[in-house]
Design a protein. Structure first.
Length: 279
């Protein structure tokens, strides 16, 4: 059945389904990241001098200095929290690199033809164009979310590495001072481009009514079947196939137990469900 022809009964049946999209570790990592950005972005702007960077109001510099007791403590706490942020994210990736990150990246982050088609249609629809053009089916993440994930990975590495260089600049030999000179503008560039992506991400996930399920899933970890069917059809169909395979396996176990004989061909469990992803 296509989403254009769903009856009220079909929509209600789908709405009653519940699918797990994010596990607790993903949710905690997401909100940890949010909390760190809410601290690091304002303090980072407060470090910039308004006379040199006119886009930062001098009043903001004064406010941050008053809160932290001067520029030196402000830089100190920005550096400390920045290192904690970077360490936690890197630790999460490395700790579960083989078991979680690689399967997650392989199943949810690679772009396919439908993702590129989605990108050629959806941005225009947001501005009132191509309204009658149907979007291609998407996986657990749509094409825009996948591109944003690439930006986040590159931006996080850029912010973290350049931030460490600036923090420990005194340990860098004088013959490599050019690294420090490049680190500062690259740090600003990485923060700026990543934050631009964050703005779009927040608008798409928290403000657009049709994506409201995605926003609340970052608290509950769950979405209903109607949202999954309409917005992430490939993922929904894969989850339904996984569910059917496990139900068939369970029923054959019951039949074998009732007959007190092994099932024909043996009982082989279906593949483990795919790992739930982050935001």
């Amino acid at each position: 059945m296509s989403h254009e022809k769903l009856t009220l009964e079909e929509r209600e049946a789908l709405r009653q389904q519940t699918l797990v999209k994010h596990y607790t570790a993903n949710i905690l990592t997401h909100w940890f990241n949010v909390a760190m950005w809410l601290f690091l972005l304002p303090t980072g702007l407060g470090i910039l001098l308004g006379k040199i960077y006119p886009f930062v109001p001098e009043a903001w510099n004064n406010l941050m200095n008053q809160i932290f007791g001067g520029l030196a403590p402000l830089i100190h706490w920005h550096s400390i929290l920045g290192q904690i942020w970077f360490f936690v994210l890197v630790f999460n990736v490395l700790f579960g690199f083989r078991k979680y990150f690689i399967p997650f990246a392989a199943q949810r982050m690679f772009m396919d033809r439908d993702d590129w088609k989605w990108l050629m249609i959806r941005p225009f629809q947001m501005f009132g164009f191509k309204k009658n053009q149907e979007l291609p089916p998407q996986d657990a993440y749509n094409g825009g979310q996948k591109l944003y994930s690439y930006l986040v990975v590159v931006g996080t590495v850029g912010i973290g590495v350049t931030g460490l260089i600036l923090t420990y600049s005194e340990a860098i030999p004088t013959s490599f001072q050019w690294i420090i000179q490049w680190a500062m503008p690259l740090h600003f560039l990485a923060v700026g481009t990543t934050f631009a992506g964050v703005i779009i991400h927040v608008y798409m996930g928290a403000i657009m009514p049709e994506e409201r399920q995605a926003f609340f899933s970052m608290f509950t970890g769950k979405v209903n079947g109607l949202y999954a069917y309409l917005h992430h059809r490939k993922w929904y169909e894969r989850k339904m196939a996984e569910k059917a395979a496990w139900e068939d396996f369970y029923n054959r176990q019951l039949e074998a137990a009732d007959a007190e004989t092994p099932a024909e061909g043996g009982l082989e469990a279906p593949p483990a469900p795919e790992p739930a992803g982050g935001d």
